[in-house]
Design a protein around this ligand. Structure first.
Ligand code: NAD
Ligand code: DAU
Length: 362
């Protein structure tokens, strides 16, 4: 145990076998401050028990982790888990824009209805608290995204800006967070919301831009760049995103929303140029393919509200990208086993015709 005791000693982390959720779990347990973590994860194509291997390898940390394979949309599973904890951190989601365009339904189930089930379970615990049956109602942290602001041509999004989501994914995420906010307003539930920017780092599923391009480039495979590749994203290292969420969990004001920016705005072309340089691979691997429908051109957020809560990111982009490229070089079993499964069908559906009709990316 360390001297600084966290505010919440028992956490329910949903989606804790995914990319950012597993980083949060690894980092919280590595603090060795006695925090107990229950993970509920449906282990969809994106969930992977191997993401928690570093925890399982340390008996002290493993003893403080309980893993439940289950769906956040199932109240019979969720209810008893929420009963046992002081805070719920909801990472669980369908998270890939391209898959939401191919098949939106799962996004509504998990990213909207799943949030509702979690909120109802928290509300039941709040009622138990009112009856004197538990010490305090649980805090609920909804992990949301900068995509709820829609495409931001100029300037930066602030927390009170209008939400203008444009894809099935971002619309479902907006629905989930609005529902969470409504439980604060209507029922007085202790709710905080974070909106994070494009996150990258180790254990990132290879369907997303950076890990897809790194792993394809390692194998000298084509890199499908959507449209002109001049779309802009703001990149945030995964442990900075997870750390910021932990900070809001501890310090955030109930009912408030906090932008979590990376402050590393780059065009997709810039990102690809940097990672090819780090891998010593040629630009000729890059192919210009048919664009993503409704593709948001740019995201950018102002995160001074989070800064005023005392949070600062640690990882510079080029260092983080180099560490990420190195991780994918060193952990090829991890991503090769993902790319061997359901992946093949998805890849053909998403990229088969695109790559067949691709042109020189200039
Ligand atoms: P991910 O796809 O890597 O992980 C999602 C996890 O949720 C997986 O482990 C999956 O098995 C689990 N899951 C899915 N449906 C579930 C269900 N019904 N019940 C229980 N578990 C379920 O996603 P990620 O990139 O780690 O994103 C985590 C959260 O952060 C998401 O809410 C996402 O919207 C948000 N976010 C992501 C980014 C990013 O750039 N990756 C940026 C901002 C916000
Ligand atoms: O901004 C936060 C969001 O970032 C999160 O909420 C999402 O969960 C996360 O997936 C991510 O969404 P993006 O759509 O921005 O990420 P993705 O990695 O899919 O794409 C990044 C950019 O790269 C985007 O402009 C599309 C482009 N791209 C992506 C892929 C997969 C390509 O050009 N080619 C590709 O094959």
């Amino acid at each position: 145990m360390t001297d600084a005791q966290p505010r919440f000693a028992r956490l329910l982390v949903t989606g804790g076998a995914g990319f950012i959720g597993s980083c949060f779990v690894r980092d919280v347990l590595a603090r060795k401050d006695g925090t107990l973590v229950t993970v509920i994860d449906k282990l969809t194509y994106a969930g992977n028990r191997a993401n928690l291997a570093p925890v399982e390898a340390d008996p002290e940390q493993a003893a403080r982790l309980r893993f439940v394979e289950g769906d956040i949309s199932d109240p019979t599973v969720v209810g008893p888990l929420v009963r046992d904890v002081e805070a719920v951190i909801n990472f669980a989601a369908e998270s890939h824009v391209d898959r939401s365009i191919l098949d939106p339904e799962a996004f509504l189930r998990t990213d909207v209805l799943g949030v509702h089930v979690l909120l109802e379970a928290c509300r039941s615990e709040q009622e138990r608290n009112a009856r004197g049956e538990r010490a305090a109602a649980p805090r609920f942290l909804q992990v949301s995204t900068d995509e709820v602001y829609g495409s931001v041509e100029t300037g930066e999004s602030h927390e009170n800006d209008r939400l203008e989501p444009r894809s099935p994914y971002s619309s479902a995420k907006a629905g989930g967070e609005l529902l969470a906010r409504s439980y604060f307003v209507t029922y007085g539930l202790d709710v905080v919301i974070t909106r994070g920017s494009n996150t990258y780092g180790p254990y990132h599923h290879p369907e997303k831009l950076i890990p897809l391009f790194v792993t394809n480039a390692i194998d000298d495979k084509q890199l499908p760049l959507y449209g002109d590749g001049l779309q802009r994203r703001d990149w945030l290292y995964v442990s900075d995103h997870a750390g910021a969420i932990g900070h809001v969990l501890e310090q955030g004001v109930s009912g408030e929303t906090y932008n979590v920016a990376g402050n590393n705005e780059r065009t997709n072309r810039d990102v690809v140029t940097t990672l090819l340089h780090q891998l010593d691979k040629p630009w000729t691997l890059v192919r210009r393919v048919e664009d993503r429908p409704g593709h948001d051109r740019r995201y950018a957020m102002d995160s001074s509200k989070l800064a005023s809560l005392g949070w600062t990111n640690k990882m510079p982009f080029e260092t983080g990208l180099a560490a990420t490229v190195d991780w994918y070089l060193q952990n090829q079993d991890w991503w090769r086993s993902i790319k061997a499964g359901e992946w093949q069908d998805y890849y053909e559906r998403q990229y088969g015709a695109r790559l067949a009709g691709s042109t020189d990316a200039g």
